[in-house]
Structures are given as C-alpha cells and as structure tokens.
Design a protein around this ligand. Structure first.
Ligand SMILES: C[S@@+](CC[C@H](N)C(=O)[O-])C[C@H]1O[C@@H](n2cnc3c(N)ncnc32)[C@H](O)[C@@H]1O
Length: 312
C-alpha cells in the first residue's frame, strides 16, 4: 500500500486543531487523511477527494470508522471551489495536495503507468476520462510530443524519440507500455543516466493525459481561496515543473510592499494574502528515502492565510 510522504513534516506544519475542517484533494490510500482525521477528533469534518474512483472506494473502506465526519468525493481538485460548495464546506483550516501517483496506481500493471511492468497504454488517474496515453502516443503530432518531452526534461533526445514513436506507430499502433519503453530505449541509443531511459517520456505522457500542471494551478489557487483565516495549505510535488508553479502561486499571494513617492507604502499581490511557512521546499530525510525510495523527489511547500486587515 502507498506510504504517505513527509507525513510528520506535513502534520507539524498544518497544526490541525480538533473540531475544524480538513480537505484532502489527493486522498489516495488515505495516509495523510487518516492522521489528520485522528487530530480533528469527532467534532471535525473531512472532505476527501480523489479523481481515481477505485482509490476512493478503497479509502472509504479504510476510513469507515470515521465515515460520519467524512465526505468522499470523486473529482479533480482543480474543481475544489465547486466541490467544497456542494459539500457544504465554506472554509477549511487545513488543506493537503499530495500530487502525482500513488504506489497503488504505479504498481497495478493494467493501469499502464509503469515501464517496469507491461500493460495497456492507459495512464488515466480517472478511468472515466476520455484521453488515454494510447491516444497521445498514437494520435498526437510529432511536434506536440517533442514539446511535452522537452518540458519534462528530455532535452537532447526529444526529437529523436518523437520521430521513432511516429515511425513505429505508422507500422503498427503502439498498444503497450512495454513496446513504448523499448522504442524510447532504442531511440536514446542506450544512453543511460541515473534514471531509467523511459522515465521522463512516461512522466511527460502521464502529465499530458491527466492535464496535471493545469489541475495543479487551479487546485492550489482554489485551496488558498478556501482557507479560513490562519488556515494552512501543504502541497507536495514530485517534479521541478510542479514545484516551480507552486512556488510562483505562493509568491503571488504573498505579494510585496512597495514604497510610494507620496509617502507610505502599497501592497501588491493576489488576494487572499498568505505567509509562506518555508522559503525553501522541505525534502524527505535520508532515513525516509531509505524506507521509501519513492519519496526521493518529493518537495513540500506550506503557507498560512493571513487574516484580512492583519500585517504580514
Ligand atoms: C501521491 S497520491 C496521494 C497519497 C495520499 N496522500 C496518501 O497518504 O495515501 C496521489 C493521489 O492523488 C490523486 N490525484 C492526483 N491528481 C489529482 C487531482 N488533480 N484531483 C484529484 N485527485 C488527484 C491520485 O489519483 C492519487 O490517488
């Protein structure tokens, strides 16, 4: 089962109080949610969202003892504003977004996320969505594939890999993760770094299939909006592209003071105002990485909403 990443650090940062509202936009196996609900006590409420219906059904079983205080919602955290409204939650004291995949998803071959196990080219977190990895790989124009591969960090070989994919799919549609991994490996001509040669290509396709960056932008903004005065948000991401976007949104809301020629100062920034709890992202300890190698690339950023009218 998925192990929650940076759990102690998230709990220490969020300071969850009994009787308050908690939102988990990425409930997954419920590791963070379970620990949060324990701290909420019976008087607190938890809104638990995941776009993977099967994951949500499993976590609903796991958290059955707390069912009375939980609302389980199948949906995208990008739609958090509407989901919270429909669930009757007007504000939250603590919100967690732990983006990316759960181990349960990666380790299930038929979900098609892994190059390590052969499976259908699917990669949808939400299996009710239309766009699959097979459509991206077999239908998207070469240039569009090059763009997403470059964005994902596959700079030197992006064109060669995209061209190889197009050549292969013209012969025979690419149906499995195993065949895609082989094509990528061959196109990279055995170039090996520290990570598997297909890692970045698989990551790029998965992020495109699930519109992950777009969801993250909307979700982080919606989460900040939903915070109660003094409420706290924790975002864990696993890719520098994601972490960069989270940092920028946090900074926009942190704003800055500017001195005015006429005297005094004016504040520039997005509403609501926030205080970043950590300037640099928090990363897992060597001990956590040894226990859970999948935590390796995690980065945690947290903020607190500043009550209206209070100085930063
Ligand atoms: C890294 S796991 C979360 C693990 C969880 N914190 C735990 O302790 O078990 C990420 C989960 O978030 C879900 N997810 C990712 N992006 C999402 C989004 N935009 N909206 C809703 N769920 C999302 C995935 O389906 C997956 O189940």
């Amino acid at each position: 089962m998925h192990r929650p990443v940076l759990l102690e650090e998230v709990l220490a940062g969020l300071e969850i109080h009994a009787g308050t509202n908690y939102v988990d936009g990425t409930t997954g196996a419920g590791g963070h949610a379970h620990a949060a609900i324990e701290r909420l006590g019976p008087g607190g409420r938890a809104l638990l969202i995941d776009r993977d219906r099967e994951a949500l059904e499993r976590v609903e079983q796991r958290l059955a003892p707390y069912r009375k205080q939980c609302a389980f919602v199948h949906g995208n955290f990008a739609d958090l504003t509407a989901i919270a409204e429909q669930s009757g939650m007007r504000s939250a004291q603590a919100v967690v977004l732990d983006v990316g995949l759960s181990s349960d998803q990666v380790d299930t071959a038929e979900r098609g996320f892994s190059f390590a196990q052969d499976g259908p080219l699917d990669m949808r977190m939400d299996r009710t969505a239309d766009l699959t990895a097979s459509r991206v790989v077999n239908d998207w124009p070469e240039d569009r594939l090059v763009t997403i591969f470059i964005e994902s960090g596959e700079r030197g070989s992006a064109r060669r890999i995209a061209r190889a994919i197009v050549r292969e799919r013209e012969r025979d549609p690419i149906a499995t993760t195993g065949r895609l991994a082989e094509i990528v490996e061959r196109a990279r001509r055995g170039r090996r770094g520290k990570i598997h040669p297909a890692t970045r290509v698989f990551q790029a396709i998965r992020m495109a299939v699930n519109a992950e960056l777009e969801s993250l932008d909307c979700g982080v903004r919606a989460a900040i909006d939903l915070l109660a005065d003094g409420g706290r948000l924790a975002v864990i991401s696993f890719h520098s592209l994601e972490d960069g976007r989270v940092k920028n949104i946090f900074r926009e809301h942190e704003g800055r003071w500017e001195s005015l020629a006429a005297g005094g100062r004016a504040w520039h920034g997005a509403y609501p105002r926030v205080r970043r709890l950590n300037r640099r992202p928090i990363t897992p300890s060597a001990d956590e990485c040894a226990r859970n190698p999948r935590a390796r690339s995690a980065k945690l950023r947290m903020l607190e909403r500043i009550p209206d009218g209070e100085e930063a």
